[in-house]
Design a binder for this molecule. Structure first.
Ligand code: FDA
Length: 393
C-alpha cells in the first residue's frame, strides 16, 4: 500500500539532485532525496582536482552540446554563474578564477558539498543514502518508489542520477532506464571530455608520453586553444578532452603545434636568419625539445634549413600547423569526465525540465542530453537545471 509520503522524490544526490532538493525544500516542499551511494556529491568531491571548478563566468548556451542547441538557454539564463557565486559567497567560501573564466574553491570541494547539504537541511530535505532503488512505478498521479523494501510515494519524481561516466564511483545508466520506462527517448550516450587513443604508426608518439604543449585542436568546425598531452595510449590534456566531445569515429583531429605562428612563414624566416640550423632546433624554440625532435624526424626533414627548398619548408610548416591524427577510439567511460547524449530534450520542457506527457516527471543534470565544455560548464548546467525543476515541484 502506497500512501503519499512526500511532495517530490529526487533520484540521485549529485550536483543537480542536491540543488533541486534544496530549492524545492526551501520552497516548503517535502522532499525525499535518494542515492545508492553512501555519500552525496561524490563527483563534486573529486572535481577540479579536489577544488571543484564550480562554474564558468563565460557560460553561454553555445558552450553546450545537445541535439537541440537552444534547449539549455532558458534554465541557464534564469540561474547564472553569478547566482551560484552569490550562494558560494554567502557561505564565506573563498574562490579564485584560474583561467578561461573557470572558478575554483581556494580550499576544498567539500565546502561546496557542505554548502548544498546545509541548503538541503534548511529546506528539511530527507536524504536516504546507501540503499538501492528496487522499484519505480506510476499510477493515479502518483510516483511510487521502493527503496530497500520501503515504499515512498509522491506526485513528482526527478531523475538526477547522472550518466555512466566513471562507473567505479557508482555512476550508472539508471537514468536512461527510468526515462525509457516512462516512454522518454534517449539520445545514444557516449563518453565525452575523454582522452583519445591512437594506434599503429601514430603510437610512435608513445615515446613522448608525458610531454605537453599548447596547441589548437580542431575537429570539423570546433576549435580549442589549450594544452595537449601525449600519453602512452594516445592524446589527452584539456585541448583533447574538449575536442573529444565533438569527435566521432573515423574523423581526424588536427593539432596546430605552432598556434602562435604562421608555420610556413616561420620556417622560411628561420631559413633566412639561420641557414645552418636544423628543423629540430628551430622547433625547439617553440616546443618541448623531445617533441620538436620527434616532429622533425617524422617530417623526414634532416640537415640544414638552408639546404632545403622553400616548397619543402612550406609543406613541413603546413603539417606542423595541422598535424592529422586519426584516433581509433577513446579511453571510454572509465576516464570520461562526462557523458554526451542522454534523455532527449525533445521530451522535456526547457523551462521546467518536466517531461511532456508524464505530468510530475522531471529530468535534470547530466542525465539529460545537454553536455558542457570542460571548465565548470557541467556544474553550471547541474545547478541551473536543478534550480529550474526545484522551482516548480
Ligand atoms: P552526478 O553524477 O553528480 O550525480 C548522480 C548521482 O546519482 C550520484 O550521486 C550517483 O551515486 C547517483 N546514482 C547513480 N545511479 C544511481 C542509482 N541506480 N540509484 C541511485 N542513485 C544513483 N564538472 C565541472 O563543471 N567542473 C569540474 O571541475 C568537474 N570535474 C570533474 C572531474 C571528474 C573526475 C568527473 C568524473 C567529472 C567532473 N565534472 C566537472 C563533471 C561533473 O561532475 C558532472 O557533470 C556533474 O556531477 C553532473 O551532476 P549530476 O547531478 O547530473 O550527476
Amino acid at each position: 500500500m502506497f500512501i503519499q509520503s512526500h511532495d517530490a522524490i529526487i533520484l540521485g544526490a549529485g550536483a543537480a539532485g542536491l540543488m533541486c532538493a534544496a530549492t524545492a525544500g526551501r520552497r516548503g516542499r517535502r522532499v525525499l532525496l535518494l542515492d545508492h551511494a553512501d555519500r552525496p556529491g561524490k563527483k563534486i568531491l573529486i572535481s577540479g582536482g579536489g577544488r571543484c571548478n564550480f562554474t564558468n563566468i563565460g557560460t553561454t548556451p553555445d558552450r553546450f552540446l545537445s541535439a537541440n542547441p537552444h534547449f539549455a538557454r532558458s534554465a541557464l539564463g534564469r540561474y547564472t554563474p553569478a547566482d551560484f557565486l552569490a550562494l558560494v559567497e554567502s557561505y564565506g567560501i573563498a574562490w579564485h578564477e584560474k583561467t578561461l573564466g573557470q572558478l575554483f574553491c581556494d580550499g576544498s570541494a567539500r565546502q561546496i558539498v557542505d554548502m548544498l547539504l546545509d541548503e538541503c537541511a534548511k529546506g528539511a530535505v530527507e536524504i536516504a543514502l546507501g540503499r538501492p532503488i528496487t522499484g519505480i512505478d506510476h499510477g493515479d498521479g502518483m510516483f511510487r518508489v521502493t527503496v530497500d523494501g520501503r515504499p515512498h510515494a509522491a506526485p513528482a519524481l526527478v531523475i538526477a542520477t547522472g550518466g555512466p561516466s566513471i562507473p567505479k564511483m557508482g555512476a550508472t545508466g539508471f537514468a536512461y532506464d527510468v526515462a525509457r520506462r516512462f516512454g522518454l527517448k534517449v539520445v545514444e550516450p557516449r563518453p565525452g571530455l575523454v582522452p583519445l587513443t591512437l594506434g599503429g604508426d601514430e603510437l610512435l608518439f608513445r615515446e613522448l608520453s608525458g610531454v605537453a604543449t599548447d596547441v589548437v585542436a580542431s575537429c570539423g568546425k570546433a576549435r580549442f586553444r589549450e594544452a595537449a598531452l601525449l600519453t602512452h595510449r594516445g592524446l589527452s590534456g584539456p585541448a583533447i578532452l574538449q575536442i573529444s566531445s565533438y569527435w566521432r569515429h573515423g574523423e581526424p583531429i588536427l593539432l596546430d603545434f605552432l598556434p602562435d605562428a604562421d608555420a610556413p612563414a616561420l620556417l622560411r624566416a628561420a631559413k633566412r636568419a639561420r641557414p645552418r640550423a636544423g628543423l629540430a632546433s628551430v622547433l625547439a624554440e617553440h616546443l618541448p625539445q623531445r617533441l620538436a625532435a620527434a616532429l622533425a624526424a617524422r617530417l623526414g626533414v634532416a640537415g640544414e634549413l638552408g639546404a632545403m627548398t622553400d616548397k619543402a619548408l612550406d609543406s613541413a610548416g603546413q603539417q606542423l600547423g595541422g598535424w592529422r591524427f586519426l584516433p581509433n577510439g577513446t579511453e571510454g567511460y572509465a576516464k570520461a569526465e562526462v557523458t554526451l547524449g542522454g534523455i532527449a530534450t525533445a521530451n522535456l520542457s526547457q523551462r521546467t525540465l518536466g517531461a511532456t506527457g508524464v505530468p510530475g516527471l522531471h529530468a535534470i543534470g547530466e542525465a539529460v542530453d545537454v553536455t558542457g565544455w570542460l571548465g565548470g560548464y557541467n556544474f553550471q548546467w547541474a545547478w541551473a537545471s536543478g534550480r529550474a525543476a526545484g522551482d516548480v515541484l
